[in-house]
Write a new protein. Structure first.
Length: 682
């Protein structure tokens, strides 16, 4: 790393030697962690969490060094400092806590600690029987310098210490050594070092601080128009209010609604995505805009804006937040098409280019053209949409296809919105290439969809989550796992029946601190594809109103309720940290643990990935690393069935059938003996 520009030596006019305006930096700072892409993007944390910063800090020679971690909220100008700790081999560590939403900035400063170096060397000379009279006078000067930089009582104490040391420097070396060994005074001197030649790390790094729901959330997706209690009726916001206790009862804390805006009439799709609909067809909610309004309006059949605000209030009463779909696209009938034709791509025949993903065509949707001369006006208008819904009380947005819009736009939009509403969260529906998905997360998206939907075998799951668990990735990427979505009905669910749904539920809810399901299709086991080899649903809710009998006896709602209760009760499942897979001698059984940092809560999950047959195998666990005594019995308590087992040793037998539940979610409890010899498991 290059030194400070102000201290960089300047070559003389004749090219012989250097003219120095200031002393060059003598300490190097490099390999600073954490940072994303050399500090180009911020890392992410949750309010109350700590940021541990590590760096290589070193210089030539044998002088001792000191360093501080400097940090501040982004809106403030004054730095707070905390001293760093040497870890050995030139590696240093420092920690600070983020206590408020928004952004924090951090950097490092390091310098040669002349006082500590002098103190160490004097003691070595004394032990070697050497004269130290002059060295003691050097110490007097160093302490006097610290006193000049200090204030108040501390300065007075340092001056007194310097005078005393000076008085003993020649005639009473033993007493002088006692003063040097006074650690209290040494700490005071260390707090007022000479930093005139200190090195400041060349970058100011950033942390985006979000609220708790960014780290741990449980999503339920529901089409409002299909929420009616009676078949054949178009649902309303009031029907959604009536459905809130059902959603809350299953343990979800985010209710995500697909677009609630007016739907265009032109080229409206029919059932099963037929190119030509009938007057009775309701169209796709993603074909946004009609004569009733655009992105700041609600579909009149759903209700009014007041009704929507009432839904938000009713949901909050049951600890549920409403998440709104943010789809920056328009139907041909959207007011923008007439008011801002420059925001769309016009073809040579005078028509607007509709959305395509060849061979798929979406004639009912016009994509927005970001490459236009009025791009600033477009960006401001799109920002105003987000601000409008934030003003109504929405704090979570699921963003449709963000990878089809410019990166620079999202970085700007998210920063602008969070400057006004720092508690807003953005979920990226970015089923796209890995580099694009990760770039969007770096740009500011709070959470992201993942490839979990298509990872079904043990090898696929272990490999994929090992990728997501890499330290560099964890600094910016928060996965949100979905077994199904309105767009994706995976083959595993199509052919596996109810056991497959149970498998994917347990995996999503335990592998990820954030997960969601598209319901009621999921809990009711909807698995009919439109055609063989298709991931589209037959009679997709995207194109028609569906009636769902949520009271059906075969519903998985009871299991979902239990799984979500386990998530709430176990801190280990509320974070993506400390995920670890364990060997099982059967490729159809997958096993992993999650633990909190102090191992007070360790959860072991074992899942049978075979939805047709029972599977068994021997599981191996590193007991000591999980906080268990390898030489004592320990208990595993299945949270799904309330069954308890006593296990012994690191190798234990497991067997799971596809039904009634193809998974164990164990809380591991260690053996404890009280003073009265009463045994129990903690």
């Amino acid at each position: 790393m290059s030194p400070q520009p102000a201290r960089e030596p300047i070559r003389g006019a004749q090219g012989k030697g250097f003219l120095s305006l200031a002393l060059p930096a003598l300490v190097a700072i490099d390999h600073v962690e954490p940072q994303v892409d050399d500090g180009r993007f911020p890392i992410k944390r949750i309010v109350g969490e700590s940021v541990e910063v590590r760096a290589n800090i070193y210089s030539g020679g044998h002088d001792l060094l000191n360093a501080v971690l400097r940090f501040r909220p982004g809106r403030e100008s004054n730095w707070t400092e905390s001293f760093m700790t040497p870890l050995g081999n030139d590696r240093w560590s420092g920690t600070f806590a983020v206590r408020s939403l928004g952004r924090y900035v951090y950097t490092l400063q390091a310098w040669i600690d002349h006082f500590a170096s002098w103190r160490r060397d004097v003691m070595k000379k004394v032990q070697a029987g050497q004269q130290v009279g002059v060295d003691l006078l050097v110490g007097v000067e160093l302490i006097q310098g610290a006193a000049e930089r200090a204030t108040g009582e501390v300065a007075d104490r340092l001056r007194t210490w310097a005078v005393a040391l000076g008085s003993f420097s020649h005639n009473d070396v033993p007493k002088a050594l006692q003063l040097i060994q006074d650690n209290t005074m040494a700490v005071l001197a260390a707090h007022y070092p000479d930093r005139s030649a200190a090195t400041i790390y060349e970058k100011e790094l950033e942390v985006v601080v979000d609220r708790e729901k960014a780290r741990h959330s449980t999503w339920y997706e529901m089409f409002p128009r299909s929420a009616a209690a009676t078949a054949g009726q178009h649902g309303t916001f009031k029907d959604c209010e009536a459905r809130i206790p059902y959603v809350a009862g299953m343990g979800f804390d985010v209710l995500y609604l697909p677009p609630i805006h007016p739907i265009g009439q032109s080229y409206r799709k029919g059932k099963n995505n037929k190119a030509e609909g009938t007057p009775q067809d309701v169209g796709s909610p993603w074909a946004i805009g009609s004569r009733e309004g655009g992105h700041k309006a609600v579909h009149p059949q759903l209700g009014t804006l007041d009704d929507f605000r009432s839904l938000i209030t009713k949901a909050q009463e049951q600890n549920i937040e409403i998440a709104l779909d943010l789809a920056f696209q328009c139907s041909p009938d959207h007011p923008y098409v007439q008011e801002h034709p420059e925001w769309f791509r016009w073809r040579p025949d005078g028509t607007v280019q509709s959305a395509e993903n060849p061979p798929k065509k979406y004639q009912d949707i016009y994509p927005i053209e970001f490459e236009n001369d009025d791009w600033r006006g477009l960006w401001e208008e799109l920002k105003s949409i987000v601000i409008f819904w934030a003003e109504q009380g929405v704090r979570i947005f699921r963003v449709d296809n963000p990878h089809t819009k410019p990166f620079a736009f999202w970085e700007w939009l998210i920063a602008e919105v969070k400057a006004q509403y720092p508690d807003v969260l953005f979920l990226a529906e970015a089923f796209t290439r890995p580099n694009v998905m990760h770039r969007l997360a770096k740009l500011g998206f709070t959470q992201s969809y993942t490839y979990f939907t298509w990872r079904n075998t043990k090898q696929e799951l272990v490999q994929y989550f090992a990728e997501l668990a890499q330290p560099a990735v964890r600094e910016y990427f928060r996965p949100n796992l979905w077994p199904n979505t309105p767009d994706i009905l995976g083959e595993y669910l199509q052919v596996g029946g109810q056991p497959a749904f149970m498998v994917r539920l347990v995996l999503a809810a335990t592998l990820g601190a954030n997960y969601g399901i598209y319901g009621p299709a999921f809990e009711l086991g909807e698995n009919r594809p439109y055609a063989a080899g298709s991931e589209e649903y037959l009679n997709s809710e995207k194109y028609e109103v569906r009636f769902w009998d949520v009271a059906r006896a075969s519903s998985l709602s009871g299991l979902i309720e239990r799984v979500n209760a386990v998530r709430r009760a176990n801190p280990a499942l509320q974070s993506d940290a400390n995920l670890r897979f364990h060997p099982v001698d059967n490729e159809q059984l997958i096993a992993f643990t999650k633990a909190d940092d102090d191992l007070s809560n360790v959860v072991l999950v074992v899942v049978n990935l075979d939805f047709r047959h029972p599977q068994s195998g021997w599981l191996e666990l590193p007991l000591a690393e999980l906080g268990l005594d390898p030489h004592r019995l320990f208990q595993v308590h299945d949270q799904l069935t309330d069954t308890r087992y006593l296990w012994s040793g690191s190798r234990n037998y497991v067997e799971l059938a596809p039904s009634p539940i193809p998974a164990h979610v164990f809380v591991m409890r260690r053996w404890v003996r009280t003073e009265r010899d009463f045994d129990y498991y903690l």
